[in-house]
Write a protein that binds this ligand. Sequence first.
Ligand SMILES: [Zn+2]
Ligand SMILES: [Zn+2]
Length: 96
Amino acid sequence: MARKTTRKGHTHKFHKIQGKVVKAWRCADSECKYILHSGLEELLLGRASICWNCSESFPMDEINLKEDMPVCQNCRIKQEVPELAELEKFLANKGV
Ligand SMILES: [Zn+2]
Ligand SMILES: [Zn+2]
């Protein structure tokens, strides 16, 4: 039996998987058997994950729990810019 060396400092790269019945969180590392069924997401709050955009480690927050492939707070800001522009357009159209 080969002794598995635990890689030091392995940070999970969480992502959401959607089965037919259950949703769950897994780690993208194929060597890693981590699995967390949905409903227990709160356990991920504050835990380090690898960003799907920049591959940096970051602490998971509540918004990350809604994402299928969580990105760090820095990358999220970049992603939100187009949405903000859309919102401004929307408000402009409504004449607010
Ligand atoms: Zn892992
Ligand atoms: Zn990032």
